[in-house]
Each structure stands twice: as C-alpha cells, then as structure tokens.
Design a protein around this ligand. Structure first.
Ligand code: HEM
Length: 393
C-alpha cells in the first residue's frame, strides 16, 4: 500500500463543483488511504460510500471525542458541540433537541421562513435598482440561514441585525485566529444573555420551549452552547448550499425554469444538489477506540480516520453517473451529505425546508437572473462554497 510523504489535502480541494481527480484515484486504488501528517502521525482517509457509511455508523469502534480516547476526559465547557461527543453524553444532549426538529414542529416555522426569504428578496431588489451586479452571497445566501436560526431559537425581532452580525463574524475566518476567538466569545456572551432573558420570560422558539420543559435540568451556559452548536452547524453549510445551488441552477436554465414553474419539483432538485455538492466535504474526525483493521489496513488506538463525504457521494456504489445531476434519483435515503448514524445532521429537515422555499422564491422574483462576473470558489475548505456570486437581472 502506497503512503504519501506529505499530508495531502485532496479531501479539502475541489475543481469547480467536482472533487479533484486525485480523490477518485485514491478511492479506486486505496479504499483506506494512510496519510503522513507532520509530527509522524498517520491519518486514514476513507473515500468509498460503503466504508464511509460503515465508519460513521459504528460509534462502538470509532469515537468522536478525541480527548476521551487519549484519556484527557471530555471538554465539559462545550456541551453544544454534539459532533465532538460520544454516548452517553451525546445521547443525553441530542435527546433534548430531537423533538424541536420534527416535521410537526418545523412546519410552524414554514410561513416565517417564507416571510424572511421575501424580505431578503425585497432588499436585494432595492439594492439592484441602484446598482448591478449584486453579490447573491451577501444578499441571499448569508442572511437567510442566519435569520432562520433566529426564528428557530426565538431571537427577538429587534435583535436580528445584531445577531446577523454575530453569526457573520463567527464564520469570517479571513480576519485571523484572534478575531475568530473574539467572535466565538461574542456569540457565547450574546447567547448566554439571551438564554437568561428567555428563562425569565420563555418565548415560543426552541430556547423558550427547552426552558419550559427542561429548565431545571439545563443551565444557561449549556443551553447557550447548544444554541451555538446549532448556529455553527446550520449557518455556513446552508449558506454554501444556497449559493452553489443557485449557481448550478443559473448554469442550467432549463432546470431553473422547471423549479420556477413546476410546484414541488424543487424537492428532487434540492436532494440531488445536496448529494452532488456535498458542501461538508469531510465528516468530523473519528478516532479508533482500539487497535482495529479496516479493509486490511491496521489502525492503532487513538489514530484519526477522515471520511470523505464527497468521495462517498460520487462513488459508483451509490448509483450510475454520480458526477451528473439527475433530480429524482432514489439516493435520498442513502447519500451522505448529512452524514450517517448517531451524528447524522439534526438540522437536515430544516435545511431542506429552507432551500425548498428559497430557490423557487428567488427564481420567481427574478426570472431574468444570471451570473454577472467571475465566481471565486473556496480553495481549501471543510465546508465548500463560493466566496462571491455576482448576479444581475
Ligand atoms: C445544507 C445544510 C447542511 C448540511 C449539508 C449539513 C451537514 C451535516 C453533516 C454532514 C453532519 C454530520 C457530520 C458527522 O457525522 O461527522 C451534520 C451534523 C450536524 N448538523 Fe448539519 N448540515 C446542514 C444544516 C444544518 C442545520 C440547518 C442545522 C441546525 C440548525 C445543523 C445542525 C447540525 C448539528 C447540531 C450537527 C451535529 C449532530 C450530532 O453530532 O449529533 N445542520 N450536519
């Protein structure tokens, strides 16, 4: 089995919408690919659909809690980070959130999401009346996920602009590590204060609901961290899908016309675009709980396994022509864009709802929408996306 000399970054790279060719070669030749990291560590890249599904589905052999595996104990300060926790703590915290993401509960958000999408489109239209092109990321793909999380949590209307700034800063990595740390602190300060106010006077959002039902079991800091976990899980991911999805639709006008005109067609398009774009390129790192063997490769206790969701979702094992977008494929239950197993995305139905509302609304508002300039893609990213999307109409 060939090993690389350096830690390759193919799992974080893309070629437009597609994975780089190297990833396909690795998937064909080395199902479990050992990569040398600086410091003589080995990380194993898993790229085939079946293997990725097996690793993500096996929390007995693979842990998400690195500190726990190497015996440091879990970081109790960050209970919102479900993605870095194992059962039983993961199960306990996730159980509080599960009822908030049922279709019945989410349906109550539907008219509010429609309204906030319409408000974003109003602002975009007004801006476009002054100057074109406008940046669709700035006007559409960034604000919608942030406002949706506002609705979900129950952030008061008057604080939305402040919340939007907090969530933008939270994901702006260009300002450097210190600014990122500051942004995390600002978000936690705001959310802890919001939770304290909700405790005094619970509203009808997720926080109010959790406080009414479990207020004596959850302290303010824990709840604020859970809210932060939803913001981090739901923001950049949805922003990227809204921007990449729009770009694809604008490059495929016959599909855009169908989304605009045929009620319900968007459901299939969204599902297939989720698979095709797979914006979360790799899952949270998994760590071997013990020495184990995967596809004949020996992995030692504590070593890291990286699952390439992009690799898995373009694997022929999932179906034919996976490099093509074919709305209506029967992969809705089997693609891995939202992961698999106990850590599968809790926000998946909300993200789907958001996109099913946003794409047709956008295309109906601006029937002449088109790309109007260069589109810079992110170069190395865990969450893939575009930096800007200049559009005109
Ligand atoms: C298109 C949008 C989204 C995509 C592609 C996406 C993708 C994912 C993936 C792949 C995972 C699992 C990672 C793993 O197993 O290692 C995940 C987990 C998670 N997502 Fe999402 N997500 C999206 C939207 C959202 C939204 C809207 C929310 C909440 C408002 C959310 C909250 C979470 C949380 C809390 C987890 C951790 C779950 C756990 O560990 O139990 N996500 N997401």
């Amino acid at each position: 089995m060939a090993e690389t000399d350096d830690f390759p970054l193919v799992q974080f790279m893309r070629d437009g919408f597609d994975p780089v060719d190297e990833l396909g070669r690795i998937r064909a030749e080395h199902p479990v690919f050992p990569m040398q990291m600086p410091g003589d560590q080995t990380v194993y890249l898993v790229t085939r659909w079946e293997d990725v599904r097996a690793v993500l589905g096996d929390h007995e052999r693979f842990s998400n809690d690195f500190a726990g595996v190497i015996g440091l104990g879990s970081n109790q300060e960050d209970p919102g980070g479900l993605g870095f926790r194992d059962p039983p703590e993961h199960t306990r915290l996730r159980r509080y959130l599960t009822p908030e993401f049922t279709m019945r509960r989410l349906r109550r958000l539907e008219p509010r999401i429609e309204a906030l999408v319409a408000e974003c489109l109003d602002r975009m239209e007004a801006k476009g009346a002054e100057v074109l092109p406008v940046d669709l990321v700035e006007e559409f793909a960034l604000p919608i996920p942030s406002l949706v999380v506002c609705e979900l949590l129950g952030v008061p209307y008057g604080e939305r602009a402040a919340f939007e700034k907090i969530s933008r800063d939270r994901f702006d990595l260009s300002a450097g590590p210190e600014a990122s740390l500051q942004a995390i602190n600002d978000a936690m300060t705001y959310l802890t204060d919001l939770v304290a106010r909700e405790r005094r006077d619970p509203g009808d959002g997720l926080l109010g609901q959790l406080l009414r039902e479990h207020g004596d079991e959850l302290d303010d800091r824990t709840l604020a961290s859970m809210a932060d976990g939803l913001l981090t899980g739901g923001h950049d991911t949805s922003t990227s899908m809204l921007a990449l999805g729009t770009l694809w639709l604008l490059r495929n006008p016959e599909q855009a016309a169908k989304v605009r005109e045929v009620d319900g067609y968007v459901v299939d398009v969204v599902e297939e675009l989720l698979r095709y774009m797979t914006v979360v390129q790799v899952a949270f790192p998994r760590f071997a709980r013990d020495d184990l063997e995967l596809h004949g490769v020996q992995i030692k206790k504590g070593e890291m396994v990286l699952c390439s969701l992009v690799g898995a979702n373009r694997d022929r094992a999932l179906g034919d022509d996976m490099d093509q977008v074919r709305p209506g494929r029967d992969t809705a239950g089997s693609h891995l864009a939202f992961g698999h197993g106990i850590h599968r995305c809790i926000g998946a139905p909300l993200a789907q709802m958001e996109m099913r509302i946003a794409f047709p609304a956008l295309l109906r508002r601006f029937p002449g929408l088109h790309v109007a300039g260069e589109v810079p893609f992110r170069e190395l990213a865990i969450v893939y996306g575009v930096k800007e999307l200049p559009v005109a109409w």
